[in-house]
Ligand binder design. Sequence first.
Ligand SMILES: [Fe+2]
Length: 455
Amino acid sequence: MNETAVRTLLTDLRRACSHRRLYGAAHHLTDTADAAVAQAADQLVGMARRAVLSLIEDTLYLDGRPLPVTSVSFNGIIRCLQERGVESVAFEAPVESADCGGLAALMCGQGDGPKLGATVVLNDDERSQDDIVPSVSEGPRSAYTSSLEALRSIGISLRQDAGIDLTRATSAVRTLLDQLISQPGAAFLLTTVKSHHEYTFFHSVNTAIHSLALGRMVGLDEDDQMLLGMGALLHDIGKIGVSAAILQNPGQLSDSDWVEVKRHPQLGAEAILAAAEPGQEAAAIVAFEHHARFDGLGYPSTSRRHLSPHSYGRRPHFFSRLVAVTDTYDAITTRRAYRRAETPSRALSTLLNGAGTSHDPDFVNAFIRMVGIYPPGTLLRLRSGHIAMITHPSNEPDAPPFGVIVANSEGTLLADPEPIILDKSEIVDQVSPARVGVDPPSLLDWLSSRLPLAS
Ligand SMILES: [Fe+2]
């Protein structure tokens, strides 16, 4: 499945739009960006005559096959195309750079789209609705994108120094919770969606999903689950007040940069508190304390740093200790400007190493029990050199997990992944999706219509 090529194409298209806005259509950097889009489109078409991207509601399809994760990651582009009446974009090789420029111009409101007879053709999909393979994760994805929208709108208000409205965030958390109850497997898989472009918002939604699931697992009632979910969704909202240059700095931060970064818990808590309804203050506490460690260190620093954990009578709030674990897990498994993404197993061992110091050991253990050592979507290198992906975990601790072989020993992806019962003694290492070139949630979504996967 050529989802990576679609992602490259959409990333290049986004760049072509921003170059057009920044420099205008005649600038050589805009020409270069258009040429990159054409090259990415040629890669996507490959040996076939044409490739068609279709848009139905908030789902993007490649030649009739749903791309659930790309639909979430690039939902801004999808919305932009839909607002301009685009239902499908067909690319016909060799794709012309000028036609890609026409598409980019349409997207940023500077043109009417590619000209008649072009190699980029709009709204000319020959497939009928019946040919489209339905996506199984519609509800959870819609909840995910609503949460992103809620955060974006809060972000806009904060940037304008306006007060924030928590209504959308509250209903987004409600929807996430509903989806976690009705489709836990699909909702959980979406936590592997990452975005370098909008790191804070995607990270916050992932943290909210994991926190809600962990909150349910430790027996919180529904009102507390909602408060916890709000705290988790909004925990990093104060980063809106921190300069992007500092947040995306690939090198070492200076002392003054750190002072600014460390302001985000306070900024977030103040903004939430100003907008919170009576009873919603816990969300502000989570934002304020999510970098406060279990042993009293961390930040914002308080007088407790000078006391031993035993002499200091108060730990961070129950919700803050829980969110500190889920926040750390998602942060470690996400690529940042200054480091690569780590595999889930390395993130879990970091949490275990910090149990009792950085983190509440009870929440670390509960979280590991919840996600399992090999959660669905985990990619494993086997002794044979093949790469397997877990499709559903074992129900018993000693039972083998189920999976599919996704790549042969040469690293070539298989067109039809082969089901396998994994012998744990055959597992050599865990590998990252980027290294293998697959997108686990999309692959699981696609497989679920062909294999009997667990929910
Ligand atoms: Fe943070």
